[in-house]
Design a protein around this ligand. Sequence first.
Ligand code: FAD
Length: 289
Amino acid sequence: MDSQQQFKRRFSFEFFPPKTEQGKEKLQAVRDQLAEVTPDFFSVTFGAGGSTRDRTIDTVLSLQQQGISTAPHLSCVGGTREEIGELLDLYKQHGINRIVALRGDLPSGMGASGELRYANELVEFIREHSGDTFNLEVAAYPEFHPQARSAEEDLQNFARKVKAGANSAITQYFFNADSYFYFIDRLEKMDVTVPVVPGIMPIVNFSSLVRFSDMCGAEIPRWIRKQLEAYGDDTDSIRKFGEEVVTDMCEKLLKAGAPGLHFYTLNQAQPSLNIWKNLGINENERISF
Ligand code: FAD
């Protein structure tokens, strides 16, 4: 973990772009609550193939205008260089200075894969098109990407993104801190030393967590799964246990030198805020990278 301890910590919250007016109002209230703890930035997801393009832009610009730096996610799958270039220009015009650059996953049956096949090609294209305008974040997978041919190749593919110009990374969520420590160790051995910020998923709903984890290749350890199962419909107990487990893991990560945390809020304030407060995150020990 030596490579990570040299960085100051940074804390961020991720949202998805709401579909309805009601969703927008809810996100505004969530934003206001989370803004009180002055995170370093917010980020907003992007539906692969451009399915949320306009909603992502609207949400990003609205959040950015309200004073907290906001990073759009941008996925290349299904898009053309021209479309991506236009989006980059628009973000630059509005003073956006950070982008989460991803390949994305096209829903099955949805057209061709586009001109850029992998995230390293997107990073390369953004650097060609926009120079150093943006701080580029990429995705990292301590438990390895579900489509990776091998753990080794996945690490090499991560290194390609850094070589192409990524400044830092945010991980897929995990519930096993050792997978993160091992991942960092392997990167250090490859001389890849960019900040890798753990992505944190608060536990609020068991069935959707299982569904999502199966899809994205995140493992729910047996002892956590069994305990959550035992709570059945008792959502209060699920949240309380989830908060305890995730807080403990975050404590362990920060103590070992993780350079911050990125919360997958699912557009809810309280689960992430509770963990934040349990951790007693110090306002004075902030970024920037
Ligand atoms: P890549 O880094 O391109 O990797 C994808 C797979 O291809 C891996 O198995 C890798 O080993 C392999 N690979 C990579 N490069 C090469 C290469 N050059 N040659 C051969 N194989 C290669 N999805 C969305 O649709 N919208 C979002 O907003 C979004 N936000 C995310 C935020 C975070 C922090 C994370 C961790 C994930 C997010 N995702 C999002 C999910 C992500 O898009 C998927 O996990 C997707 O399957 C992979 O994207 P990637 O950028 O990691 O791809």
